[in-house]
Every structure is written in C-alpha cells, then in structure tokens.
Design a protein around this ligand. Structure first.
Ligand SMILES: [Zn+2]
Length: 80
C-alpha cells in the first residue's frame, strides 16, 4: 500500500521527514546579530549544552522573524 506521493505505508521512520526537529536557522547576509547567535549556538554545542543551543535557535528565529521579514511576508502574517 502507498500514498499518492509514492511513499510506502506505513511510513519508514528512518527515512520519513516529519518536519521536526526543524533545521538550524542560518545567518542572513552580514547581519552581526545572526552571526553572534550562530556562534553562541556553536559554543553551546561544543560543551554539550543542547538546551542552550536550542535557546540560540529560538532567539535566532525570533530575530529573523522581526528583522529580516520582507514587507510582503509581513502583510501575510497573522497576529495571534
Ligand atoms: Zn539577523
């Protein structure tokens, strides 16, 4: 049995993309805030501080949502 996308059912958990965990956010252009947060994430991982690394990813995504969003993206954003 398979879905319309051709993937077998049941899904193979080793290969199926559940969309989580999300990929690490990447720094944008020469932005010093992005670069700082990514460097801090690397330092956290170096000492096996995975909670701290996740915090840096959250802060980086929040920063990018606030500072790097285009007017077109902002117009499509729904405030909750
Ligand atoms: Zn940035």
């Amino acid at each position: 049995m398979s879905f319309a996308d051709g993937e077998p059912w049941p899904r193979n958990p080793e290969t199926f993309d559940y969309g989580f965990p999300k990929p690490d956010p990447e720094p944008i252009g020469g932005c010093p805030t992005c670069a700082d947060l990514v460097a801090r994430r690397a330092r956290c991982r170096k000492v096996n501080n995975r909670s701290g690394a996740t915090d840096m990813n959250v802060l980086c995504r929040k920063h990018q949502d606030e500072e790097h969003i285009t007017p077109e993206q902002r117009a499509r954003t729904v405030e909750l």
